[in-house]
Design a protein around this ligand. Structure first.
Ligand SMILES: *[C@@H]1O[C@H](CO)[C@@H](O)[C@H](O)[C@H]1NC(C)=O
Ligand SMILES: *[C@@H]1O[C@H](CO)[C@@H](O)[C@H](O)[C@H]1NC(C)=O
Length: 326
């Protein structure tokens, strides 16, 4: 066992192993995912801090948002791991990213927490990086709904109908979840600063399940809260699973059976059993993927076709891909 491991380490080269830790085969726990060490083919394109990743499973594309001086802010890879193109224009500090596919075409939504002239916004780009829509007042933090304003918007989810969910934000004056119509008007809003029911301390990531529920990683309250997507009504909360570190991401696996939660400070992906329709109940971590020290997984996304999980790692400055076993 030890001999095999040593041989494997030698084969991979020490530096790669440092970044590519994962299996913990000695734990005896059946693993759900295997690190794809061949993805991407050209990791040298990761030149900044990789904050977010979004998969377009329909077109086989992977979008990565990174920050830094003099680096392209959005990198586009094929799902095979080939680098395709990048863009800079009007992106300041990407935080969350989401691919929206409709019958007409696809686009990429980015939340920007920059404080310069493009920041405090949620922006829609064409797949090639052409700016199509800006929500918020660029360069101005705020709470207004008409016109829409954000303060460090953290993440976005867009339904096929075009209805939008935004968590706002990543440490600014707002601690709220907003639902917008497909023409960007408020449908409902919930949340204020606090730790009570329906309140938030850094609502960091948002997603929908297949049963009409909105899931929010309420990071600094160390819990996940769930809301009805039509009414915004609070449905439940999971607070028992995150005492060590708050949840940074919420994304479902392709079969909606599990929720994948990145925990940045303990370098872990927690995989939780998702409740079927009905009560939210208590949380249960059914698997975990322990990453190497200082990897700092920030946000993740799931390829809803292949089931692959992509992890944006701020510390390791890369995006890694985990493929489902079996
Ligand atoms: C982005 O901007 C930096 C300098 O500001 C430049 O080095 C880089 O080539 C640009 N990349 C793209 C894709 O425009
Ligand atoms: C939220 O409340 C906490 C505790 O009262 C406080 O420390 C923090 O500054 C508040 N945040 C905002 C954005 O008002």
């Amino acid at each position: 066992m030890a001999g095999t491991l040593l041989a494997l380490l030698a084969l991979l080269g020490a530096s790669q192993v440092l970044k590519a830790e994962c299996f913990s085969p000695w734990k005896g726990e059946q693993q759900m995912y295997k690190l794809d060490i061949g993805w991407p083919k050209t990791p040298e394109h990761f030149t900044g801090q990789t904050f977010c990743v979004a998969v377009d499973s329909l077109h086989g594309l992977v979008y990565v948002g990174q920050r830094g001086d003099n680096v392209p802010k959005v990198l586009v890879f094929s799902e095979e791991g080939y680098f395709l193109h990048s863009w800079n224009d009007t992106v300041e500090m990407p935080h969350g990213i989401f691919v929206w596919n409709t019958a007409i075409g696809s686009s990429v939504w980015i939340t920007d927490v920059g404080t310069g002239k493009y920041g405090h916004t949620v922006k829609q780009y064409s797949p090639l990086g052409k700016l199509m829509q800006v929500l918020g007042t660029p360069g101005n933090a705020g709470s207004s709904l008409i016109p829409l304003q954000f303060d460090q918007p953290a993440d976005i989810f867009v339904e096929e109908t075009g209805e939008i969910y935004v968590v706002d934000g990543d440490g600014g004056m707002n601690n709220r979840l907003l639902k917008l119509t497909n023409d960007y008007k408020e449908l409902w809003l919930t949340g204020t600063n606090g730790s009570g029911i329906g309140q938030f301390r850094i609502p960091h990531s948002v997603t929908l399940d297949a049963f009409g529920r909105v899931w929010v990683a309420d990071r600094d309250n160390k819990r996940i809260q769930v809301f009805d997507k039509v009414t915004g009504e609070w449905l439940g909360s999971w607070s028992g699973c995150f005492s060590e570190d708050g949840p940074y991401s919420v994304r479902f696996t392709a079969d909606y059976k599990y929720l994948i939660v990145a925990q940045l400070n303990i370098n872990r992906l927690a995989i939780l059993a998702a409740p079927p329709v009905g009560s939210i109940g208590d949380c249960a971590i059914v698997h975990s993927v322990q990453l190497a020290d200082e990897t700092k997984p920030h946000l993740v996304d799931v390829d809803m076709r292949s089931g692959a999980v992509y992890v944006a790692e701020i510390g390791a400055q890369q995006v890694q891909r985990y493929v489902p076993l079996s």
